[in-house]
Design a protein around this ligand. Structure first.
Ligand SMILES: Nc1ncnc2c1ncn2[C@@H]1O[C@H](COP(=O)(O)OP(=O)(O)OP(=O)(O)O)[C@@H](O)[C@H]1O
Ligand SMILES: [Mg+2]
Length: 136
């Protein structure tokens, strides 16, 4: 799908989210994880810009419910998640959007969503959305 479709899918997905939901975003550099996350945030009522949390690891945004935008690209170890104080947000009542969630697979919550984006070409992406826990 093209970028406008990515945004449209993210918006309709966002409308199904509940407070406390956790969303892992998986895909290579430039896949569109941030594009997807921003569209979700906007739909959840975030009015401010959503700058990349690559260096801060996490940005807290105020929407209709709190939105925690996490980017684990620079995370060097899963322990850092605890040190950086991010882990508790995985169990909060806001919506948690976690780019590079595949880096902390053993710390995924019991329930949540996984959005996987594959790059087909410059402008085309394949997006799959799965619910955690994935079946047996
Ligand atoms: N179909 C598409 N869906 C989403 N983004 C697209 C699409 N086609 C092109 N793009 C472009 O791809 C880029 C995606 O950037 P984005 O920052 O969202 O990626 P990312 O997965 O968050 O990367 P990073 O790992 O660096 O955080 C943007 O420049 C966007 O305009
Ligand atoms: Mg990003």
């Amino acid at each position: 799908m093209c970028e406008a479709d990515t945004v449209a899918v993210a918006r309709s997905f966002a409308r199904s989210l509940q407070p406390g939901d956790w969303v892992g975003l998986i895909g290579p550099l430039g896949a569109g994880k941030s594009v997807f996350a921003r569209a979700v945030g906007e739909t959840l009522g975030v009015r401010e810009p959503m700058p990349s949390p690559t260096y801060t690891l996490m940005n807290v945004l105020e929407g209709d419910i709190p939105v925690y935008h996490v980017d684990l690209y620079r995370l060097s170890s899963a322990d850092e998640l605890e040190f950086a104080g991010i882990a508790p947000y995985f169990r909060s009542s806001g919506v948690c959007l976690v780019e590079w969630a595949d880096r902390i697979r053993d710390q995924w919550p019991a329930t949540g969503w996984l959005v996987t984006i594959r790059i087909a070409d410059n402008t085309e992406r394949r997006i799959s959305i799965a619910q955690l826990p994935s079946g047996p």
